[in-house]
Design a binder for this molecule. Sequence first.
Ligand code: PBG
Length: 334
Amino acid sequence: MTESDERLRRPRRLRRTPAIRALVEETQLRVDNLVMPLFVREGDGEPEPVDSMPGQVRWPLSRLGEAVDELTALGLRAIALFPVLEPESKDPVGSEALRDESLILRAVRAVRERKPEVVIFADIALDPYTDHGHDGVLTEAGDDVDNDATVAILCRMAVIHARAGVDFVAPSDMMDGRIGAIRRALDASGYSGTGILSYSAKYASAFYGPFRDAVGTARAAGTRLLDKKTYQMNPANRREAVVETGLDEAEGADILMVKPAGPYLDVIRELRARTPLPVAAYQVSGEYAQIHAAGRLGWLDLEAVRDESLLSIKRAGADLIFTYFAKDIAAKAG
Ligand code: PBG
């Protein structure tokens, strides 16, 4: 044995002072990499709190501009918009999704006009628009989501969103073949500059519960005959995420997303190692809710756990993160 082998290795030297720790720090959370999801509803009046998501609200369209002003003042430059529809605007085929004066398109135009530089992501899926809450239209027998009929609708939906001014359409439906079809539809309509963020590895997760309360789509999750598990991925599978993202990459996605984030860090890591594309992660409503709940009970330190959860998502390999904490992080950084 040589003398150096006998010497004790002391990694603690690199943790001795705050300055040394900062010098060797491997990962930073940057406000520039965060996307703030916002819920928007018709009308004016007060923002409505979402009970299961403390601090999050459904913004009335008339006050959405205010919400965006607050974010940009804090240095946040990217938002994801989600519409909350009244039950009477929903039907089995989600007709409202294709109306040029729909809530979401008016919201996109309002933000675009007020803040041309803000990056806008818009979800492309039918679940806010269908009365059954599924992400697409059903087959005649009602026992499945009709994949190709749904993709045809999503293509039209993507084009009108592009026309309204979104930077990225974000298909979150998990139908097969939708990325290529949407890319072709956008290009054919003159929107070759509009990007596609694909919810590529979207798992059938119980962590979406509070979001479904927020937008009123809880029903489909519990449908007895037709489960979202027939299109969203099995939480047991990692290789399947490689298949899904490989297809989306080949079909022309610009950004690939893993969702949820915290419980799926291994998937984020796997994709980061495999694709040259940016990898996004969505820290979903349930991840947000559980940190708040434990914080409220005094069982965990809300801010410390929040920061650690996001840093971990970054460390796993996410380039950008959708998180309901985006505003709080920006406020703290400012
Ligand atoms: C809808 C959609 C969902 C989320 C984003 N887009 C929910 C679902 O699939 O039921 C979840 C986001 C969250 O939980 O924060 N296609």
